[in-house]
Design a protein around this ligand. Structure first.
Ligand SMILES: [Zn+2]
Ligand SMILES: [Zn+2]
Length: 416
């Protein structure tokens, strides 16, 4: 027996209403904010991700699905959504458009992770990217989109964490002092952090290992090391968030797992939970990334949220998600002549944009009506010998159990 590969899952029909609810809500919000959809390929040149995410990150070191294709090219299945959008921005000369360029995507993401609840090797993300402007008002806008998405979906007890990790001018000084600090506490750090200390000091701050939590409490904070420009940017962002009534708390441990972030980083999580599953989405500013990928210097900011994790939280918070529309009609029949009429009528209904399912093979009327019930159809049409003779059908309202006789050529009209 074959099974879906470890860390992947089938999204079966009963789950689809969650997905369609999230996708529709997200697309509607993007429309409100003037963001346009972009789709990029499922795989890219491997170097795009090594260059953007950073060689010393967990993703590049351990989690990428990379392979050489039959032509000898190094290929990687998309492990995150931002770098491909930036690649497309540069490739298609979007810097020539009025800035910022506001884009959104919904895409499958691939990471070789240890599977656990809400974490998959193939998962899906909704994300937005606003490219070409450094104004902190744009950071506030992107955070506003994230917040409104969760609120509109019906999630409650949301908490927004915020930090600024500075720019290439002020961060080296901060990293230096962070490294000095953690070196003093090296003995108490977890093995991963001992290794990270040399090349990826920032990541020590968000290590979830209990051993590392205590030293991290007292660790130097990036906001104390910001250059005047970064400090001003962060102050403005905070004042805009206040203006927009977006409640936030500062978190000096928040750094995000990718090298390309500059200045603003943020996460949103349902309050009152602990552990690695806590954030449902996050993002930040990445002012150097597009230049790194061969474009002109282009400040940008973005946000992404995992759709599987959203589904999980919608269920956890008992959010009522609208059901997908059931078929309008189930067409049942008795006898061979009635069967021909049923086939013709079903076809006619569909051409009239009325969704219809036709019964198959010879079954008792009772069995067919049971099927109609299971299908969720709002009406059943019954055609028997009498109806064939009188060129009529019996139209039954499934919920009320009421029936009426309708001329067969007036059925579509009756629904309209
Ligand atoms: Zn700075
Ligand atoms: Zn650690």
């Amino acid at each position: 027996m074959y099974q879906a590969p470890r860390g992947t899952s089938d999204i079966l029909p009963p789950e689809q209403r969650y997905w369609s609810y999230i996708k529709q809500t997200a697309a509607a919000i993007c429309e409100l904010y003037g963001y346009q959809r972009i789709d990029t390929p499922t795989f890219e040149d491997a170097h795009l991700f090594v260059r953007s995410i950073g060689e010393d990150t967990d993703i590049v070191e351990k989690e990428m699905y990379s392979f050489e294709d039959k032509g000898g090219d190094q290929i990687t299945l998309r492990p995150e959504g931002t770098a491909p959008v930036c690649r497309a921005y540069v490739e298609h000369g979007m810097h020539n458009l009025p800035q910022p360029v506001r884009l959104y995507y919904m895409a499958a993401i691939f990471r070789y992770e240890r599977p656990q609840a809400g974490r998959y090797r193939e998962h899906h993300q909704f994300g937005v990217e606003a490219l070409g402007d450094a104004d902190p008002a744009l950071d506030a806008e992107v955070i506003g989109i994230a917040w409104q998405l969760y609120v509109n979906l019906g999630l409650k007890r949301l908490a927004l964490s915020l930090n600024s990790i500075g720019c290439s001018d002020c961060r080296p000084r901060y990293l230096e002092s962070l490294k000095t600090y953690y070196t003093q506490h090296k003995d108490s750090l977890c093995p991963d952090c001992k290794r990270r200390l040399a090349k990826n000091t920032l990541r020590l701050l968000d290590c979830k290992n209990p051993a590392c939590l205590a030293p991290t409490e007292q660790a130097p904070r990036s906001i104390d090391y910001l250059c005047p420009e970064c400090a001003d940017h962060f102050d403005q962002l905070k004042s805009y968030l206040n203006l927009l009534n977006l409640p936030f708390s500062l978190s000096h441990r928040l750094v995000r797992g990718l090298d390309y972030y500059t200045r603003t980083v943020f996460e949103i999580a349902p309050e009152g939970e602990t552990g690695s599953q806590v954030a449902i989405g996050g993002g930040g500013r990445y002012d150097n990334l597009i230049e790194q990928l061969g474009g002109k210097p282009t400040p940008a900011v973005g946000f992404a949220t995992g759709i599987e994790r959203l589904v999980l939280n919608l269920k956890k918070q008992d959010v009522v998600v609208p059901a997908l529309p059931p078929p309008t009609v189930f067409v049942a029949y008795l006898g061979k002549e009635a069967r021909d009429e049923a086939m013709k009528l079903t076809s006619h209904l569909r051409k009239s944009r009325i969704s219809a399912i036709a019964s198959l093979s010879e079954r008792s009327l009772k069995a067919q009506l049971k099927q109609a019930n299971v299908s969720g159809a709002r009406y059943a049409i019954i055609i028997g010998d009498d109806e064939v003779k009188s060129k009529t059908v019996v139209l039954r309202n499934m919920a009320k159990g009421e029936q009426q006789t309708v001329p067969i050529d007036k059925v579509a009209e009756t629904f309209r």
